[in-house]
Design a protein around this ligand. Structure first.
Ligand SMILES: Cc1cc2nc3c(=O)[nH]c(=O)nc-3n(C[C@H](O)[C@H](O)[C@H](O)COP(=O)(O)OP(=O)(O)OC[C@H]3O[C@@H](n4cnc5c(N)ncnc54)[C@H](O)[C@@H]3O)c2cc1C
Length: 388
């Protein structure tokens, strides 16, 4: 089956990033279909091929901790399930606080994850270098650490899912742009694409940084906004750093890959929106180099090998948007993952598939449905640990 005149697909997923592919996988395994995944680019051209590979369970909101914990379990069995090595290494995540309010923030996160059964620790400043040798503890008031957090290589995860969904009979259409959402009587009937129309009774918006634009094509305003984030990789060094290190003050994060490179980024104030594309800037190179060398002085002679950027798909409360849009039957959201879609993908996409299949879900719709932005309840959780 192909997108084109007269083509039909029960379920059409827009976006072949980690969220769209994982959702297709869960649906295909559940026997749903026919399923088409469409992407205007190539595999990994969105944020899924441009990220830092960090996978953590230290979160402020218990529901996010649960999704992250389930995702860690999925990444642990990923090799067996898909036959691809994603180099998932549980070297921990180390958060750094430089002020008392930041430390209180970490203390709250540590209490939350401990009450969820995870073995997180709050650290005194002098304990920090034990977890990250060579790190200058001057200026630190403490940190938090969870040993079962970790890092992986995003590319093999995408390759594995790509192969798995094709094996399961999913029609994968790369290089096909979705240009319109067709509707009738407030329900989805299909898509307009660069390869022609596609009939579908379910459309899934897994368009990452472009999710707000795709919802707008359906006449559904959402508060998703794309923010560009830059990242770099250095020359390799003999492995010395186990955890992903994240500093609250400026969003600096870095880890060492198994090849020895330091990979990391820092939050810069770029204008929001996708129009300016995904360039890299010399301002980022300067700010990132200064921040990294300030914290790890011994790497000051290391060269930068490459730098790139991609879009976060942010929401006002830092939580993803999952489930059917109450304004348009058959239009499902699987977006709003900010800088954390890879680490939540296995569990979050399972909830997307459950919503499409009409199965019961443990997700609170008040917390994850797009409806929370349309008629916001007075008191709803906000995820404040939107870093690294
Ligand atoms: C620099 C950086 C560092 C990050 N670090 C981490 C990290 O350490 N850990 C982590 O968990 N997450 C991280 N993230 C976030 C993570 O990469 C994303 O949350 C995740 O990859 C989102 O996956 P996705 O499938 O929703 O979107 P994407 O991977 O962006 O895929 C969306 C796809 O939709 C396609 N598309 C859009 N519009 C259309 C259209 N109209 N028609 C057809 N196709 C369309 C695009 O071509 C794209 O391929 C980082 C992101 C960036 C940019």
């Amino acid at each position: 089956m192909s997108a084109g005149p007269g083509a039909t697909s029960g379920i059409a997923i827009v976006g072949a990033g980690i969220i769209g592919l994982y959702t297709a996988y869960h649906l295909a395994r559940a026997g749903a279909g026919p399923i088409t995944v469409l992407d205007r680019g190539w595999l990994s051209n969105g944020a899924s091929g441009r990220n830092g590979g960090g996978v953590r369970q230290q979160w402020e909101t218990p529901a996010t901790v649960r999704l992250a914990r389930e995702s860690v379990a999925a990444y642990r069995r990923f090799g067996r399930e898909f036959g691809f090595n994603i180099w998932f290494r549980q070297g921990g995540y180390l958060f750094l606080a430089e002020s008392e309010p930041e430390l209180r923030h970490l203390s709250g996160v540590t209490s939350t994850i401990r009450s969820e059964g995870l073995d997180g620790k709050l650290l005194r400043p002098e304990e920090v270098p034990h977890y990250a040798p060579g790190l200058d503890p001057g200026g630190l008031v403490g940190g938090s650490y969870l040993h079962s957090d970790g890092t992986l290589y995003p590319f093999p995860a995408l390759w594995a899912l790509n192969e798995a969904v094709v094996r399961e009979g999913v029609n994968l259409r790369m290089g096909t742009e979705v240009t319109g959402i067709r509707t009738e009587d407030a329900r989805v009937t299909g898509l307009a694409t660069s390869a022609g129309p596609l009939v579908a009774s379910v459309v899934v918006n897994a368009a990452g940084g472009w999710a707000g634009d795709l919802s707008a094509l359906a006449g559904l305003p959402t508060p998703n906004h794309a923010t560009r984030h830059e990242i770099l990789a250095t020359e390799p060094l003999k492995p010395f750093l186990d955890p992903m290190v994240v500093r609250l003050r400026d969003g600096l994060y870095f880890s060492q890959t198994m090849r020895g490179e330091i990979v990391g980024g820092l939050t810069m104030a770029h204008p929001t929106g996708t129009r300016a594309g995904m360039p890299s800037s010399s301002a980022f190179l300067r700010a990132m180099s200064r921040a990294l060398v300030g914290l790890l002085p011994s790497i000051r002679h290391l060269g930068v090998l490459r730098a790139w950027s991609g879009f976060y798909d942010d929401t006002p409360d830092g939580l993803p948007v999952i489930g059917e849009d109450p304004r348009l039957r058959g239009f499902f959201h699987a977006n709003g993952f900010g800088g954390h879609g890879f680490m939540l993908a296995p569990a979050a996409s399972r909830r997307v598939a459950q919503a499409i299949l009409g199965e019961r879900s443990d997700l609170d719709p008040g917390q994850f449905s797009v409806g929370r932005f349309l008629t916001p309840p007075a008191d709803r959780p906000v995820e404040g640990l939107q870093l690294g």
